[in-house]
Design a protein around this ligand. Structure first.
Ligand SMILES: [Cu+2]
Length: 282
């Protein structure tokens, strides 16, 4: 327990020193407070709105707590032996209806504008498809963009992740490699049940529903590896189908495409076969 409190104190001190110190980029960090470091506009705007809302919530909670304390102290049986018989107060009732409405309306304005920014797809430079399956992801790169291949992305075992120097439960064998500085459209669909494609640092969270093609997008100039997880309870191994997006320079991406095309060339047939098989089952 002492260890807990000393760690907590260290966390608070570190937070005081630098607000972002405890937030991991692309992955959570021990004793993290707040969200993961945002690397896209959408994630940054979500982060900022979240921070504003925390202050709004705190102010409301403190105000309500102060009212409660005041009532307990001022109107308990001892200090107020003869209670007032007042049952209605028009002015007060209007105030406690109108003030919350104003607060909610004020929150709705930035909230809806962010939602619109997230939902409205800009023209995409690159499109990839992410298919959620029990319990891994399949990624497909369209042929007209130098791709024409697909591959499965499975979680690494604890030993393999340690060997690769990557985080346990987040590292995968085949990462979703994408270029920095380009608008990437991600088509998201479920291969069997409902999954969810969610990566905190890039601000993406989209349901993968069988038979329905959802779309989301991101653009970042920051190269790095951004981890995410399936975020819709999808069955026994729901917790073990992580997402890893590696954002690299345009040159590295072009080189990777050439290599991946060779490496995953034989997969093209497999993908078709698997799809055909699942159609027959249905
Ligand atoms: Cu899932």
């Amino acid at each position: 327990m002492t260890r807990f409190w000393s760690r907590a104190a260290a966390a608070v001190l570190a937070l005081g020193a630098s607000g972002a110190a405890l937030a991991g980029t692309g992955q959570p960090s021990p004793w993290q407070l707040n969200l993961q470091t945002p690397v896209t506009d959408v994630a940054q705007r979500s982060y900022d709105l979240h921070n504003v809302l925390v202050w709004v919530i705190t102010a409301i909670s403190v105000f309500v707590l102060a009212l409660l304390v005041y009532v307990v102290v001022r109107f308990n049986e001892k200090s107020n032996p003869v209670p007032s018989k007042t049952t209605h107060h028009t002015g007060l009732e209007i105030a406690w209806t109108v003030i919350p409405i104003v607060i909610l309306a004020a929150i709705a304005v930035p909230s809806f504008s962010l939602l619109r920014y997230q939902v409205e797809m800009p023209k995409a430079d690159i499109t990839v498809k992410a298919i959620g399956k029990q319990w891994y992801w399949t990624y497909e790169y369209p042929a007209d963009q130098g791709g024409g291949f697909g591959f499965d992305s499975l979680m690494l075992s604890k030993e393999d992740a340690a060997k690769a120097g990557q985080p346990n439960l987040l590292a995968v064998d085949n990462e979703l490699v994408l270029p920095a500085g380009k608008t990437v459209a991600i088509q998201v669909v479920g291969g069997d049940v409902i999954h969810n494609f969610a990566v905190p640092s890039i601000g993406v969270r989209m349901d993968a529903i069988p038979g329905r093609l959802n779309q989301t997008w991101f653009k970042t100039n920051v190269e790095g590896v951004y981890y995410g997880q399936c975020s819709r309870l999808c069955g026994q191994n729901h917790a073990f189908m992580p997402i890893a997006i590696r954002v690299v320079s345009a040159e590295k991406y072009a080189a990777w495409l050439v290599e991946a095309k060779k490496k995953f060339a034989s997969n093209a047939d497999d993908t078709v076969k698997v799809a055909a098989r699942s159609t027959t089952v249905e």
